[in-house]
Design a binder for this molecule. Sequence first.
Ligand code: C2O
Ligand code: CU
Length: 442
Amino acid sequence: MKHIKLLISLTACLLAINWSSHASEVIELEAAKGSFKFPFFETETPVWHYNKQIPGPLIRAKQGSKLSVNFTNNLDEPTTIHWHGLRIDNAMDGVPGVTQDPIKPGDSFTYELELSEVGTFWYHPHFNNSEQLERGLKGVLIVDEKEQQPWSSELILFLDDWRLQKDGTIYPHFNTPHDLMHDGRWGNVPTVNGKVKPDLSVRPGERIRVRIINGANARIFLPLLQGLQADVIAVDGRPVTNIFPLEQFYLSPGNRIDLDITIPPNSAGKTFALVDGFPRNSYQLASLTVAEGPALKTPEFTVKTAGDFIPAEMFDDSTVSKTWDLNAFRGGELGIGWGMNQQFWPDADNVDFELGRPQKIVFQNSSARLHPMHIHGVFFRVLERNGKPAVEPFTRDTVLVGPREIVVIGLVPMHKGIWVAHCHILEHAEAGMMTSIGVEEL
Ligand code: C2O
Ligand code: CU
């Protein structure tokens, strides 16, 4: 009974958003081969990119608007585009063999996106992922609130890494036994917005909304803004229920966080570092240098939070509807397969969930590797880690499951269709670590 009531308010909230949709926009997107200049090499690096940009063009629209993306594939191989984190019509989800046929070289496809929820999202191929993303196909998509809060400015930090060879070319072997046996392909050149250690200019007194996206194939980042107080205001696009300070947030491939920071008014001339605290030796990703000059007036406002749409108690009465055991096996096309319940995509059984009914899922990592598990078409709440209640005042679409860890999540499927669930370490997914959930009205 309890969860039925909650559910009605959840449905009402999600529906309310659609009533006011009007604006529609058309954008052209092309995937093609090209080149990109990294700082340390004389020659340009051959890449694959969207609209000749690394990362791809920023796609931005208002909540409630419709976006038609006229996409053309000018690569030499098929591709599709997936809109990571967007809960949209299943036919637009971009999963080859599930929601559409792969788009062949020279062909076009129009993605119609109804942008009902605000947030920081991103887009990338869902075909030959480990190679297509590593070669540069990815970009940010932002859905803005209808009424914007009075931020002084915004910083979008798209984190990535590349495995480059001495001659500046991308290491051309993908899904190697080493990458498969470990945590996927970690590059040797981390970038922020396609730049190596960029220095970004900020002004004293500014209050900035920072959006950080992990677009790497496999690297986990633990972003830290040294010397600055940062509050987490959104996770995986959705505003949090309670704002909390950024301390240790494992930003795994696919994850996004939005932060609220204020540049101290008396800090003109100072530099603050954005570092990655994940490896034993942390390293700098970017820096923020505060311009000289008088301080701006810091805008004062309370950042909007979200209602607790899927509170943990909603799942009290639910039994576990699916347990996925995560582990590797010898064999398969690549020599090493990563399975969910020992099944390898595309030979995996679909699990059926009823529209609107709370579901509890267990990710049981039987391996010693990392698995950032991502589910399309839903957001979920982490309920437990290793048998202890998790305290996360937010929902996600991707959760890092550590070595031998057991993570229990709760979700409420709100959109019909077939949605895949997979490891966002792309090499693991390519080696089979993917399955699907069918959501239907029963
Ligand atoms: Cu970034 Cu299947 O997802
Ligand atoms: Cu994995």
